[in-house]
Design a protein around this ligand. Structure first.
Ligand code: MET
Ligand code: ZN
Length: 769
């Protein structure tokens, strides 16, 4: 009998129970006991669900109150000194590392003021992990026994589980050196870390754990040879220990083949590989296995919402069985199901047809077990028949194919993606149109989404107020936003995005080809979850999406109002994409819809149009090579398709708020002005990289995530520092990103100071001349 296995299950709860509980704890409305209880209930529900579905290998220690990598940092005592000096309780220490903590002194506790650890993207997913932060003074030791406790918790329910641990090599490699130890290479700590892992593994074995899943996701990255050696060393060391569970090393989100040297000959029980993302790796991986090692084959996608194609998956599993024999193959999810919504059964608004093409975490449990039964020779004919019908139904759905869109996408030429003249010539035509001062000031688009705005939108959605009433309300918001911006003295204004709940959802709802869930939340980080829209079929724009608000805003002022759109790559990345069409074509379809919007805005007298691409960087394939080069090209081109219809004198802006941007990629967008996140960057090298960028750049001058109001002097100092290495004539002045999460008072104060600082330099530079 071939076993079925799940690498991890979503921990947010089907109704976002975890979010509600953690946020209530943070705001003092729930006690720690109440919080822990919610965690326990979620774990219990998840284990029972998996047990009932018939999953053979059920994970434990996949639960986390914030992030599983942070859990490991705490467990192994990777806790920078700055967090330990306040005598915080364990859970408060944990949350302080996760999100920072500011607390006034009380009679019983000290004043606390500490910032969060760095948070970074988990590979190419929308999940973020808290970066392990090592210092020369880091002393590894076990501070608790979460994996042991949770194993026992499941066991008490009668459920045998396989604990999941982040592997030692990935744990170090994904971490970084703390500020006080910048010359420390985390991987150099391996020798010290391994005995602590062994201590944990022994504890697990002592309570009855037979097998552990050790995640080494860095196996899908480009790794230096030194890291290959670290893998060999670590797992050889484990194999020399007595009384530890057997180890299955798991990788996901790509192929391990370029790193075969890291895993070849490893003395472990077996490996898990992602055959959804990289089916081609099967032969090479199978070839290096010793004759006892098992291979867990990930064929049920842990990253999407689409129903599995049983026929296709079965072929893959059968190929593995042909090589290794049935007793050495396990049917698994490709990765943890953390990246999928919890339960399709909670969706009541989707049509049957659409629903029939989806599968969320709970449904994916069923998929792994049925496939495992099939390859074990059990009779699952009815399930396979139903699946084949669903797959065929989706392929033939009238909701998917739009001939006009397909034709238009196929006819895209380079010319369509090229503006009429190069930037230098465009600039000459733009200068007299805008007559902007030196250091032009602007914002990134959104203004505070006040409670009033959210409540009113909600009323409108529920039908409690009419479309006209809602429109009047939005107009009032726009009027206020314009007045405030004029009073502050900003140069390029925005309508403020009051009508947008979310920069992707807002557009998706107005485009044809999308589907939406009510409860399809997926954890992005901590208590932040995203309910991404789903690209279901060919995408097109039935009618203008932003025209009314933008034109209304422009009618209220003589200053230019920026049209504001979400770019094709971001629309794609922050949606669940189709799995039956390549990403480039999906991006191109969206870019054509946006192109029409851009043209409509221009025709209606809008002279500046910003197309945001905050997700541009995250779309970059994990490894260097053809796929990455290809992405660079199609992503930039998709942006240019959407923005190249306009006249030279129309100014195209773009915006990116995640760092580590590649200046060459941004250059390839050929926008006239870009704004980038910069306030936390304090890094001369980073400015230097952008110095040669030909077009104009706004370097974000304040952090929009914080209510903190920088003073005019602070802005002056910051701008002065940048001007040491960055040319004044290319320098726009703006915040890091949109201000939707802020309140009005701090927004007005910060922007006022920012504009004052710009004026200061204008005068200074005027004197110079
Ligand atoms: C995450 S980027 C956000 C850009 C958008 N225009 C805003 O200001 O909110
Ligand atoms: Zn942004």
């Amino acid at each position: 009998m071939v076993s079925s296995s799940v690498l991890g299950f979503p921990r947010i709860g089907a109704k976002r129970e975890l979010k509600k509980a953690t946020e209530a704890y943070w705001s003092g409305k729930k006690s720690v006991e109440e919080l822990l209880k919610v965690g326990k209930e979620i774990r219990e529900t998840n284990w029972k669900l998996q047990k009932e579905a018939g999953v053979d290998i059920i994970p434990s220690n996949d639960f986390s109150f914030y992030d599983q990598v942070l859990d490991a940092s705490l467990l192994f005592n990777v806790i920078p000194d700055r967090y330990t000096k306040y005598d915080l309780s364990e859970i408060d220490l944990y949350f302080a590392m996760a999100r920072g903590l500011q607390r006034q002194a009380t009679e019983t506790s000290k004043k606390v003021d500490v910032t969060a650890l760095e948070m970074v993207k988990w590979f190419d997913s929308n999940y973020h992990y808290v970066r392990p932060t090592f210092s020369k003074s880091t002393e590894f030791k076990l501070t608790g026994a979460k994996p042991v406790d949770q194993y026992l918790e499941a066991k008490a329910l009668g459920i045998e589980t396989r604990p999941v641990l982040i592997g030692p090599v990935s744990f170090l490699y994904l971490g970084k050196a703390d500020k006080d130890s910048l010359d420390l290479e985390p991987i150099s700590l391996l020798d010290k870390l391994l005995p602590v892992y062994v201590e944990l593994l022994k504890k697990l074995a002592a309570v009855g754990v037979k097998s552990v899943q050790i995640d080494e996701p860095i196996l899908v990255l480009d790794l230096p040879e030194k890291i290959h050696g670290a893998f060999q060393k670590a797992y050889k060391y484990f194999s020399e220990q007595k009384d530890i569970p057997e180890i299955v090393v798991a990788s996901y989100f790509g192929t391990v083949v370029p790193n075969l040297a890291a895993i070849k000959g490893l003395p472990v029980a077996g490996f898990h590989v992602d055959l959804v993302r990289a089916p081609e790796q099967l032969n090479d991986v199978a070839a290096i296995l010793s004759d006892k090692q098992v291979l867990s084959v990930g064929v049920v996608n842990g990253r999407n919402i689409w129903k599995n194609d049983f026929a296709k998956s079965t072929k893959i599993v059968e190929a593995a069985i042909a090589k290794l024999g049935a007793d050495r193959v396990i049917v698994a999810t490709s990765s943890s199901l953390l990246h999928t919504p919890v339960d399709l059964d909670n969706e009541s608004k989707l049509t049957e047809e659409v629903k029939d093409s989806f599968s969320f975490a709970k449904q994916k449990l069923y998929e792994v077990t049925v496939i495992a039964k099939k390859v074990s020779g059990k009779d699952v004919a009815a399930a396979y028949e139903a699946n084949a019908k669903s797959i065929a139904g989706r392929a033939n759905s009238t909701k998917i194919n739009n001939q006009a869109v397909q034709k238009r996408t196929a006819a895209i030429t380079d010319k369509l993606a090229t503006r009429a003249a190069p930037f230098t010539e465009r600039l000459k035509e733009q200068i007299p149109v805008f007559k902007l001062p030196l250091f032009p000031t602007t914002t990134i688009g959104s203004f505070p989404q006040t409670k009033e705005i959210r409540v009113t939108r909600n009323k409108f959605q529920k039908g409690a107020i009419s479309a006209q009433q809602y429109e009047d309300f939005i107009n009032k918001q726009i009027e206020e936003a314009i007045k405030i911006q004029e009073d502050i003295g900003l140069d390029v204004l925005v309508e403020g995005e009051a009508s947008r709940s979310d920069m992707v959802f807002f557009f998706a709802e107005q485009l044809d080809g999308y589907q939406f869930t009510e409860n399809g939340w997926v954890q992005s980080y901590g208590s932040r979850y995203v309910r991404a829209p789903i690209i279901y079929g060919d995408v097109s724009r039935p009618k203008p999406m932003t025209l009314r608000e933008t034109v209304y805003a422009q009618s209220l002022t003589t200053k230019p109002v920026k049209g504001m759109l979400t770019g094709p790559v971001t629309m794609l990345r922050w949606s669940f994409p189709r799995d039956d069409l390549d990403q480039k074509t999906q991006a191109n379809q969206i870019s054509l819809a946006l192109r029409d919007e851009v043209s409509d805005l221009e025709a209606a007298g809008i002279k500046v149009i910003q197309v945001d691409e905050p997700a541009l960087r995250e779309g970059l394939p994990l490894r260097a090579g053809a796929e990455r080069d290809d992405y660079y090209e199609w992503a930039a081109k998709a942006f240019r398709i959407s923005t190249s219809s306009v006249a030279n004198k129309t100014q195209i802006h773009s915006h990116f708020c995640y760092s580590d941007l590649d200046p060459n990629h941004i250059k390839a967008l050929d926008a006239d002005v870009v704004s980038i996140e910069f306030s936390k960057k304090d890094d001369a090298n980073y400015i230097a990289e952008f110095k040669n960028y030909p077009n104009h750049i706004g370097l974000g001058l304040f952090d929009i995530h914080s209510p903190r109001i920088p003073s005019t002097e602070e802005f002056i100092e910051k701008i002065g520092k940048i001007l040491e290495s960055y040319p004044a004539e290319k320098f726009w002045v703006n915040p890091d990103c949109g201000l939707k999460t802020r309140g009005w008072p701090e927004t007005i104060a910060s922007l006022t100071h920012m504009v004052e600082a710009a004026k200061y330099y204008r005068e200074k530079y005027a004197e110079k001349k």
